[in-house]
Design a protein around this ligand. Structure first.
Ligand code: ADP
Ligand code: MG
Length: 385
């Protein structure tokens, strides 16, 4: 049997299958557009039924990566295997992949049912056979009763749900989504996150979900691949990324981080510590991931705002940093306190839940403190910005 006809069969077989999640392997995947290397040698494995988010700023290469999976773009080099089969020479519609884009791209002259049934028609299924699959897909996205409507009579959220139904109607092994909620307002986006997760669990499908929204990535994904400039900077679970960012870029892009510059020093006990610019030189601070730091070289230290505490100056222990509150931004359950200090301006996010919590006002003198385990050090040259 040829590679192509096997692919068709695998695609068709998924129509009846229940849990059909595909296993995906990218091996040294590279895409060049002239001199621009949009994707540079990405290798990663995506497990059956996994929800992988690809998170990164605009221009990172996320869409290019997805387009190579769908077959809309041909890799310059490297391989893509779905369930162990190299799909390089398979046409897009023979890869068993459902795709949802930011812009719904529904056919305006077709009803909802005709839109959803389109992939089935492309696969040569008769109208009679299509009906049950369309009905089921519409149920999954909670649009039963909308089959006869035209897209222009639907809200943005409903249109995106039709696009979802169309992507899942043939029970793809792999569902690819490129910023699918990008055009929706915040409330709807949050609602759709839950819907998409539910859908994925019901289908057992493997999902690769592209977004530049870190909240979306952290809340939805089993693992997140942070992309920057054509490469994966870090691949990990949401809490890996948030609590143990492996680079200053990731610390900055995922969540908020205060950065301080300084210099690595090797102490007599053999431990690498950091002296921060503007800090008392005798304050050799412990930071996490010292393995990446070379004594004598420049360092950036990152501390999350919620890891920073503010104390009355007379209650602080060394090596607290003295500061003055310059701004308090009320956030509801928390308040972001901006503090001017000799090591630079920094933010402390304090919980307002407890009534015993000290409230600080602009102009208050404070001592800034954080636990050494909450501070991560990165080589200063790590980040090109
Ligand atoms: P993202 O989806 O992360 O915003 P893209 O994959 O769209 O990023 O783009 C990655 C890089 O590749 C960008 O520098 C972009 O300008 C370039 N690029 C994307 N598509 C093309 C194309 N068809 N021709 C030339 N350059 C492209
Ligand atoms: Mg894109």
């Amino acid at each position: 049997m040829s590679e192509v006809s096997e692919g068709v069969q695998a695609g068709d077989r998924t129509l009846d299958g229940a849990a059909t999640g595909g296993e995906v392997e990218l091996d040294g995947l590279t895409k060049k557009y002239g001199t621009v290397e949009a994707v540079r040698g990405i290798s990663l494995s995506i497990r059956r039924g996994e929800f992988l988010a690809i998170l990164g700023p605009s221009g990172a290469g996320k869409t290019t990566l997805l387009n190579m999976l769908t077959g809309f773009e041909k890799p310059t080099s490297g391989a893509i295997r779905i369930n162990g089969r190299d799909v390089a020479r398979l046409a897009p519609h023979k890869r068993g992949i459902g795709v949802v884009f930011q812009h719904y791209a529904l056919f305006k002259h077709m009803t909802v049912a005709q839109n959803v049934g389109f992939p089935l028609r492309m696969r040569g299924m008769s109208m009679r056979e299509q009906r049950g699959h369309i009905q089921h897909a519409l149920e999954l996205v909670k649009l039963e009763g909308y089959a006869a409507r035209f897209p222009d009579r639907l809200s943005g959220g409903q249109q995106q749900r039709v696009a979802l139904a169309r992507a899942i109607v043939f029970r793809p092994a792999l569902l690819l989504m490129d910023e699918p909620l990008g055009a929706l307002d915040k409330r709807l986006r949050e609602h759709m996150r839950v819907e998409i997760k539910r859908l994925q669990r019901n289908l057992g499908a493997t999902v690769i979900y592209v977004t530049h929204d870190q909240n979306e990535a952290l809340t939805m994904a089993d693992r997140v691949a942070v992309m920057n400039d054509g490469v994966v900077e870090q691949l990990g679970t949401p809490d890996d990324l948030y609590e143990r960012p492996s680079s200053a870029f990731v610390a900055d892009f995922v969540g908020e981080t205060n950065f301080f510059t300084g210099r690595a020093v090797l102490d007599p006990d053999g431990r690498v510590r950091v002296v921060l610019d503007g800090d008392r030189p005798e304050h050799h601070r412990d930071v996490e991931n010292v393995a990446s730091l070379r004594p004598g070289s420049g360092v950036e230290v990152g501390v999350r705002p919620e890891q920073v505490s503010l104390l009355p100056p007379d209650q602080a222990e060394a090596p607290a940093v003295p500061g003055t509150v310059s701004d308090v931004l009320y956030e509801g359950a928390t308040a972001l306190h901006v503090v001017e200090t000799p090591i630079g301006d920094l933010s402390a996010r304090l919980s307002l839940g407890s009534i015993r919590e000290t409230r600080w006002d602009v102009g208050d003198r404070v001592a800034v403190h954080w636990d050494a385990r909450a501070a991560r050090g990165y080589p200063a040259a790590d980040r090109a910005s």
